[in-house]
Design a protein around this ligand. Structure first.
Ligand code: TEU
Ligand code: CA
Length: 540
């Protein structure tokens, strides 16, 4: 049992991300809710996870599916009540599962009290909770662009001013230079700690320090000062686990973010691996995975961050396409490749995050444009077709990289709406729910679900995974990702064939008689079969 009052308990833990809107509906409105999550806690306990990262459930107009918060201390009625939230925290804790809330501190909703006040006048006490620039409606302060497309400035004619927003206009950036903003946010955090929340995921946390006039949108000079204050003033208990989303993180920055003394956060989500299979900095310009570059990327993060900080380990989240479609084979080798990808990730040092449905090998989906809901998809379609790209080309990008790939309803059964809702789902259910669903997985001892369950067990049983050094094998091989982990007496070999072809692999002599901890093929062969993966272990 993990002692969750002590810093570092998360180094032996495995977390699970729930996107509440798509997880389980219990009142037939087609939208997932808190009671739905409560009803599935036994499933999550069976999987063996230690904590749930809960994407936002606070009050929100849902312009960005809850990442536009209008009240940080209230549950949005579409997800349920505060009593439901308190029950979820209580029931999860009974099962040894911590609730880790998603905190959106970089911006709030334009319906938040702070912003509705701020817009009233320049001398309103809340006005400088946001970033304003005087001007005229025909000349923007500068040509900065929002992450979701369109200008990063919106004009308020009553004030004769523009305000800054890195995301939708309905998501005004908060002014972290203002100590009242910081204090207000810390109070929101303490409210949830008092409710029994045991950790937080921090949305775009490296973007809270910015200099819009110099077109700096993240990693501003005061970032680590702000994070140290946030840690000291809000994340007071050492057992609170905090993970920051940091698209701009590199190893050196991550050593500050995840310093072992707890001065900032427990760890960050860095995204270097998620940028390798694109031809430009834009994810929409997809390309095949350069495996050699991926291997070097992980080697650096494993060897250079290691215990100088702490790694998170993930392939999926609510913003990313499903990994079995992205880097595996979601057709004839779906199960093998889903297990292979999990083997590669879960053998590493760090805290793994399983995204809802990943443990089933859920896949991307192909919809018509009008079936998509995500603001980012629709804005990108508008901008790219306006720039002359064809409908077909833009749809290909959406099918491969759109965020709604990860947001289709969780597939519980082969039945109507995959057992997600008795109503009309807010987003189309993937028709492959006939084959891919939790009910079928629980009845199949060879399912991806039980493979993940085994990976979680192995992480907890073999200290070499939590603490071992990392050595990359065959760095130049373009099909095989193989590495070893070593402690003084424990030795682990992880071998993964990232290709759909048979490929040779020379097993190191020392592993010839090692135990096979798990494998995605039942028998052994002298070549690696398509998407074959295995973990070998010996003790000396
Ligand atoms: O995401 C940050 C972010 O920049 C990504 O969404 C990026 O735009 C892209 O979609 C990645 O493929 C965080 C949240 O995870 C995301 O859901 C929110 O939309 C965004 O911040 C604004 O809060
Ligand atoms: Ca509902």
């Amino acid at each position: 049992m993990l002692d969750k009052t002590k810093r570092g308990w998360w180094k032996s833990a495995v977390f699970y991300q729930i996107y509440p809107k798509s997880f389980q509906d219990t009142n037939a409105d087609g939208i997932g809710d808190l009671k739905g999550i409560i009803s599935r806690l036994d499933y999550l306990e069976k999987l063996g996870i230690d904590g749930i990262w809960l994407s936002p459930v606070c009050q929100s107009p849902q312009v960005d599916n809850g990442y536009d918060v209008s009240d940080y201390c209230a549950i949005d009625p579409m997800f349920g009540t505060m009593a439901d939230m308190e029950e979820l925290i209580r029931e999860a804790k009974k099962r040894g599962i911590s609730i880790i809330m998603d905190l959106v501190l970089n911006h709030c909703s334009d319906q938040h009290f702070w912003f509705t006040e701020a817009k009233k006048s320049k001398d309103n006490p809340y006005h400088d909770y946001f970033i304003w620039r005087d001007g005229t409606p025909d000349v923007r302060p500068n040509d900065m662009w929002s992450t979701f497309g369109g200008p990063a400035w919106t004009y308020v004619s009553e004030l004769g001013q523009w305000y800054f927003h890195q995301f939708a206009p309905q998501q005004p950036d908060l002014n972290w230079e203002n100590p009242k903003v910081r204090r207000g946010l810390y109070d929101f955090i303490r409210f949830w700690v008092d409710k029994g929340v045991e950790g937080f995921r921090l949305d775009v946390i490296d973007q809270i320090a910015k200099e819009p006039d110099n077109k700096i949108t993240s990693n501003g000079p005061r970032l680590h000062e702000f994070l140290r204050e946030l840690s000291k003033e809000a994340f007071i208990e050492e057992g609170l686990v905090t993970v920051g989303e940091a698209w701009g993180a590199n190893v050196e920055r991550a050593k500050l973010y995840s310093a072992p003394d707890g001065s900032e956060l427990s760890m960050v989500f860095q995204f270097e691996h998620m940028g390798l299979d694109s031809t430009t900095w834009e994810k929409w310009d997809f390309a095949p995975l350069p495996l050699v570059k991926l291997k070097d990327c992980y080697r650096r993060w494993q060897q250079e961050l290691g215990e100088a900080g702490w790694n998170s380990l993930f392939f999926n989240n609510h913003d990313l396409p499903r990994i079995v479609s992205r880097w595996g084979n979601d057709q004839e080798y779906r199960v093998e490749s889903a297990k292979m990808l999990a083997t590669m990730l879960h053998g590493m040092q760090g805290t793994p995050y399983i995204y809802q449905g990943e443990e089933l090998g859920m896949t991307n989906i192909k919809l018509e444009l009008e079936q998509y809901v995500d603001v980012e998809i629709h804005n990108m379609y508008r901008d790219r077709t306006a720039a002359g790209r064809s409908h077909e080309e833009v749809m290909e990008s959406i099918w491969k990289r759109g965020r709604d790939n990860a947001r289709t309803p969780m597939q519980w059964t082969a039945g109507e709406n995959a057992g997600f809702t008795a109503g009309t789902p807010w987003l189309t259910v993937n028709s492959n729910k006939e084959q891919i669903n939790a009910e079928a997985a629980l009845a199949d001892p060879d399912s991806v679900f039980y493979y993940y369950q085994k990976l979680i067990e192995i992480r907890k049983k073999y200290d070499v995974i939590r603490s071992g050094s990392f050595t990359l094998l065959c760095p130049e091989d373009e099909k095989v990702f193989a590495y070893t982990r070593d402690t003084e007496h424990g030795h682990l070999l992880v071998v993964c064939n990232f290709s759909g072809e048979e490929t040779p692999f020379e097993c190191p002599e020392s592993y010839r008689n090692a135990d096979v901890l798990l494998a995605n093929y039942k028998d052994r062969s002298n070549v690696l079969r398509p998407y074959e993966a295995a973990m070998f272990y010996y003790q000396d």
